[in-house]
Design a protein around this ligand. Structure first.
Ligand SMILES: NC(=O)c1ccc[n+]([C@@H]2O[C@H](COP(=O)([O-])OP(=O)(O)OC[C@H]3O[C@@H](n4cnc5c(N)ncnc54)[C@H](O)[C@@H]3O)[C@@H](O)[C@H]2O)c1
Length: 462
């Protein structure tokens, strides 16, 4: 297909992107409402004071593939639209979608069948479907599920970064259809010269052993530069951006709290952080679960809090984190009760099997394990409970897992021991009484569960 790209909004995100597509040989029109900006860029002057953007602009203009406009009609021959307009917040901290919707309305004037519309602006989950798609349907009667492709590919550019830029930062993408997602991803694969990856394959690529897998740019080597990861839905792609920035905000807030603790304990926080940086594992990514145990993570924050309290600073985030993690067992059991109710089952009539006593997979340590809280809650919730963990024969109800599975209605997986994952993936649950499986560690591939079982877990869609 002969591609012509329209980039809407030529700021920190849009200008380097327009330069990139042009320098990759794709005819590109950069569109901005700001006439002065268009004039400057047309004259080879980057409004962004960044040497590399000036160089990129120079290359793009010399390629003769980049033209600039402030008239939307000039974009009528484009078939790929990349929207990079601002998405600020209002004074009352509510999202301001007016600029995005204004840009969408203008695009409606030029959008045609089979075009690809990609929102790169940062938005909250649901924006593309609930606002952009609806507006387009209202104005044009076009449906993103059959007439055009609607995607979200959040920009992650880090202005001023000497290494990461628009051409090499790994991307995620989501669309309103799977076919549309692949088409849009193929476009990015062309400009980023990167590999397309399914999100379900990411965990396999992230080496979580202690092997040194990080290069000097702190990039996980198995997530190649310029790669584009296919998210399941457009909302998922929106959520990646919103959540990755929120995770960062919370972590910065937390180190700010550590700075306050350091002050009262007379420590230099930057040295401490640099010291912590030398630990080669256990720094992320973090995944949610049914609880945090062990003699370190569940204990050490209490020691730190105690020392800080004594020195006169009373940390809040440690309490909040400890409380949140301790409450995950309650959260899990409540989800299970809800699933029972939705399925017309009375949880008080059901037998429950708890899989895993250890706080962590493949070890025989149960100190501070969430097992104990889940066990207490399960005793109060279900008709009976049984327990199995090969590392704890003395606590296990039986040493025969199959027998236990054949006598239960609900399975709660507390520890992701390999033996449990392998068993669940290979066992035929069809002729058992098991009705619900709750995965407290998000370690089971639900497609590999043989039998008609309701599968859920922490942070799983259903
Ligand atoms: N700046 C960053 O580092 C960064 C990084 C990642 C994501 N983002 C996101 O990317 C989006 C754009 O951010 P930015 O920093 O490039 O903004 P910016 O303010 O630098 O540029 C936006 C451009 O859009 C133009 N514009 C406004 N309304 C328009 C319309 N209807 N049609 C055409 N042009 C219009 C403005 O004139 C401006 O030139 C935001 O959603 C932002 O959150 C920004």
């Amino acid at each position: 297909m002969n591609r012509k790209v329209g980039v809407i909004g030529l700021g920190y995100v849009g200008l380097p992107l327009a330069c990139l597509t042009a320098s990759k040989g794709i005819e590109t029109i950069g569109f901005d409402l700001n006439k002065k900006k268009i004039e400057l860029i047309s004259n080879g002057i980057s409004p962004i004071r960044d040497k590399s953007v000036s160089t990129e602009l120079d290359i793009a203009l010399k390629s003769d593939n980049l033209s600039l406009s402030n008239s939307i009609d000039d974009l009528s021959e484009c078939n790929i639209y990349l929207v990079c307009v601002p998405t600020p917040i209002l004074e009352n901290k509510q999202p301001d979608l007016s600029i995005l919707l204004n840009a969408t309305e203008m695009i409606c004037e030029v959008l045609k069948t089979d075009d690809i519309l990609i929102i790169e602006s940062t938005v909250f989950p649901g924006t593309c479907e609930d606002y952009v798609e609806k507006l387009i349907f209202e104005k044009t009667n076009m449906d993103s599920r059959k007439d055009y492709v609607l995607s979200h590919c959040p920009e992650r550019v880090n202005p001023g970064d000497p290494y990461w830029n628009t051409s090499n930062i790994p991307r995620v993408i989501g669309s309103t259809t799977k076919e549309g997602n692949l088409k849009a991803a193929q476009f990015y694969a062309q400009i980023l010269e990167g590999e397309i990856i399914e999100v379900k394959d990411i965990q396999k690529r992230i080496c979580r052993s202690s092997l040194p897998t990080h290069d000097e740019n702190n990039n996980k080597k198995n997530i190649p530069n310029g790669s584009i990861t296919l998210m399941e839905t457009i909302r998922d792609a929106e959520a990646v951006k919103a959540m990755e920035n929120t995770v960062r905000d919370v972590n910065i807030a937390f180190v700010n709290e550590l700075a306050k603790i350091s002050r009262v304990l007379k420590l230099d926080i930057v040295d401490i952080i640099d010291g912590m940086e030398t630990k080669p594992f256990g720094k992320g990514p973090y995944y949610p679960g049914i609880g945090v145990g062990g003699h370190c993570i569940a204990v050490d924050p209490e020691w730190l809090k105690n020392a800080s309290n004594k020195a006169g600073y009373f940390p809040e985030m440690i309490n909040l984190a400890r409380h949140t993690n301790n409450e995950m067992a309650v959260f899990a059991v409540n989800i299970i009760k809800d699933l029972c109710q939705k399925s017309g089952l009375n949880h008080k009539d059901l037998n429950c099997l708890l899989l895993g006593v250890s706080y962590k997979k493949n070890i025989d340590d149960s100190r501070e394990s969430p097992f104990y809280t889940v066990e207490e809650l399960a005793k109060d919730t279900f008709k009976s409970i049984s327990v199995y963990d090969p590392f704890f024969p003395e606590i296990s109800t039986s040493n025969n897992l199959e027998t236990l599975v054949n006598n239960t209605d609900i399975i709660i997986l507390i520890t992701n021991h390999d033996i449990f994952v392998d068993f669940i993936h290979s066992f035929d649950f069809s002729n058992t009484t098991v009705k619900i499986m709750f995965d407290g560690r998000n370690c089971i591939d639900s497609n590999k569960i043989a039998g008609n079982i309701i599968y859920s877990g922490i942070g799983i869609r259903n």
